[in-house]
Design a protein. Structure first.
Length: 170
């Protein structure tokens, strides 16, 4: 069974990416959600299904944090702050239940390694550019509105590159 490395962007618009030991993308999935009235809600069973039954050598789960200050010209509201924490907590519970080896990693940590030497001041644009460079076969799935996918791929690659170094790399 081939070892896989996973990256998880835990938001509702986040994603889960899997890369193999050679760094090839073998799975790229938007965070599973279900329609609840007019809103989308997390689908915990679908989230668990993405990882269950796989040999996961290491997972990087992006640390979630509230953004009460202005971010991109707007503030994160109370409801979205709660949802951010809720999704993160769901992923932690799922990973614990699966007994999967994971590290909670601050975005600046994986970005410092994976976005090094990528020009621009726009982090999302840099992430998209790097993901397209590393996985040209995934370009059609890495659109501007799907930045969770590029972030998840880069976190999975970060997990692969730093495997064996434990949480000190995170």
């Amino acid at each position: 069974m081939t070892a896989l490395y996973a990256g998880i962007d835990p938001g509702k618009t986040g994603a889960v990416a899997l890369v193999d030991e050679q760094g090839r993308c073998v799975g790229l999935h938007d965070c599973p959600t279900i329609k609840a009235g007019k809103k989308q809600e997390f689908d915990p069973a679908g989230m668990a299904e993405l990882l269950a039954g796989r040999y996961l050598a290491r997972i990087v789960l992006e640390k979630s944090q509230a953004m009460p200050a202005k971010l991109h010209g707007r503030r994160q509201g109370v409801s979205s702050t709660f949802q951010t924490g809720y999704g993160f907590g769901l992923w932690v519970g799922i990973l614990a239940e699966l007994r999967a080896p994971y590290d909670v990693t601050h975005p600046r940590t994986w970005q410092a390694r994976m976005l090094r030497d990528v020009p621009s001041t726009d982090t999302k644009g840099r992430s998209l550019l790097r993901a397209r460079q590393l996985w040209p076969d995934q370009i059609g799935r890495l659109g501007k509105t799907k930045h969770g996918r590029s972030d998840a791929l880069l976190m999975a690659e970060f997990a692969r590159l730093t495997a064996g170094r434990g949480s000190e790399a995170a």
